[in-house]
Ligand binder design. Structure first.
Ligand code: ADP
Ligand code: MG
Length: 258
């Protein structure tokens, strides 16, 4: 913490508490320690960039945080509850209702339209059709996709696909939004626009954790966690880094042409 801030009194409500997290993969005869004794606390509302070289465990960490993967040892508390010991169904429920995930390669369902992709998490969560239609309409508006509602992913640009993916990831109003190299497949201008969208969502209250090896992007986050060989090697506060006009006023963001 810079400027001698009193961590105890400044601390908010913990959203994520990792203690002694281990994840080991076997590759042939060799044992890869993808996560090694990771302790990490992230409070509700934070904006964290996770950085580090390729193979340092960033995606593995995000997958554990998103309950897409189970650690081999250690404890993960999410919203104060130990989720490490939950069975697959209970984990799926937490994931569906509290966590959104955005990937580098979008992961949209090819045969579904933009509107249907956005509706998917609500279908899985059993949200009534009428409510679904309302929320899809709102999301299409919020993300500048009104005129792309009936387009399939292959009829959309990269930026539009990632906007659909972000709309899908947030339509259930999750507490946590995880993004793994969300700008990795986009040009700089389109990537910047996607970052501003994510930051606007964070400004509205969602906790944002972004994996990136783009230094410019990492510098924008209010906290930067550095990984190496599966371990957290640095953890730096960057106060005010994302205090941009767009972050203060999300409605000022206009989708770029891409
Ligand atoms: P990063 O996202 O930082 O590039 P990853 O989390 O993808 O790193 O990978 C961390 C390490 O774990 C790497 O050595 C990688 O090869 C290994 N790894 C990740 N996933 C698997 C897997 N499913 N099977 C085997 N090894 C894996
Ligand atoms: Mg990765």
């Amino acid at each position: 913490m810079p400027s001698g801030a009193d961590v105890s009194s400044a601390a908010g409500t913990a959203l994520i508490e990792l203690a002694g997290i281990e994840r080991v993969f076997m590759l042939g005869d060799s044992r890869v320690r993808a996560l090694a004794s990771v302790d990490l606390r992230i409070d509700a509302g934070e904006y964290v960039a996770v950085m580090g070289p390729s193979g340092s465990g960033k995606s593995t960490l995000l997958n554990v945080l998103g309950l897409l993967d189970r650690p081999d040892a250690g404890t993960y508390r999410f919203e104060g509850r130990d989720v490490t010991t939950l069975d697959a169904n209970a984990q799926a429920h937490v994931r569906a209702h509290r966590i959104g995930f955005v990937f580098q390669s979008f992961h949209l369902v090819p045969r579904l339209t933009a509107a249907e992709n956005i509706a998917l998490p609500m279908v899985l969560a059993g949200v009534a059709a009428r409510e679904r239609a309302e929320r899809v309409k709102q999301a299409l508006r919020d993300f500048g996709l009104n005129d792309r509602s009936d387009h399939r992913p292959d009829q959309l640009s990269g930026g539009q696909r990632q906007r659909v993916a972000i709309a899908r990831a947030t339509v259930m109003r999750p507490a946590l939004l995880l993004a793994d190299e969300p700008t990795g497949n986009l040009d700089r201008a389109t990537g910047d626009e996607v970052v501003r969208l994510l930051e606007a969502l964070n400004a509205q209250g969602v906790t944002l954790v972004v994996v990136t090896h783009d230094k410019a992007l990492g510098d924008r986050a209010r906290r930067r966690v550095g990984m190496e060989d599966g371990a957290v090697r640095s953890d730096v506060a960057q106060p005010g880094a994302a205090d941009t006009p767009a972050a203060r006023d999300p409605s000022s963001i206009e989708p770029a042409a891409g």
